[in-house]
Design a protein around this ligand. Sequence first.
Ligand code: BJW
Length: 225
Amino acid sequence: MRIVVLTGAGISAESGLSTFRDEGGLWEGHDPMTVATPEAFEDDPDLVHRFYDQRRAALGRVRPNAAHEALARLGKALGADLYLVTQNVDDLHERAGSPHVHHMHGRLRAALCQACGTSHDWHEPLSHRPPCPRCLRTTLRPDVVWFGEVPYGMYDIHEALWECDLFVSIGTSGLVYPAAAFVHLAAGRTLELNLEASVGADGFDDVREGPATEIVPRWVDEVLG
Ligand code: BJW
């Protein structure tokens, strides 16, 4: 059985990382959505760098939870039959042991040089404008996908959706496209796992509600029999 799993901020919530739109999602009094745009970066790069530096630093203080671990178990059992795509820029799937993770909205632990286009693994702050290790210009930005930019690897995702027997969406509000439309592109059955049904829940064949650390391991156990 070929399965595509899409994850969103809700899967990392119980690890201690804030979601974007749930209560308490404010950052320094800003709606996080207002800093996740190229225009915000152009207008106030210090503010945007600070936002991402804080989130990158927070990764060192959190750990994968039972939901990430269950998906890693599924990935090891299914091999190429599991396509795991995440909107999250954290690295908790990798740290839980998932063999392949497609980060459609980029990664916090990567910096993209706007001058030479190179993406570098990056664990340090960017606020102090370090030089690009390749071209030495001080033009690094977080290698994440902001509104108005094209998510990474869309062709591969579409291909996986067209060929899947099951599409499972975990912990995402269904408010951000193109991820919100994946349910309509999936060839197979569709299942939503969320703390509470999302705005797009009507588009799924089945919906299960509850915290990810409970409902994801339960679903994985069912799949693995
Ligand atoms: C739990 C839980 C627990 C909590 N257990 N669950 C069509 C129609 C309308 C608009 C558009 C459209 N197509 C494109 C657009 C424009 C735009 C868009 O979608 N705008 C909307 C606001 C309307 N989209 C874009 O600009 C995208 N680009 C694009 O479309 O390019 C064109 C193109 C596409 C494809 C091919 C060719 C061309 C880019 C979108 C980039 C989004 N970037 C961000 C920031 C990334 C960097 C960063 O992290 O800072 O991505 S925004 C932010 O939202 C982030 C997230 O990945 C994304 C989704 O958020 P998510 O994960 O759903 O989090 P929340 O907070 O919204 O929800 C949390 C959920 O968890 C809730 O449901 C809770 O219930 C649940 N939960 N605790 C289980 N314990």
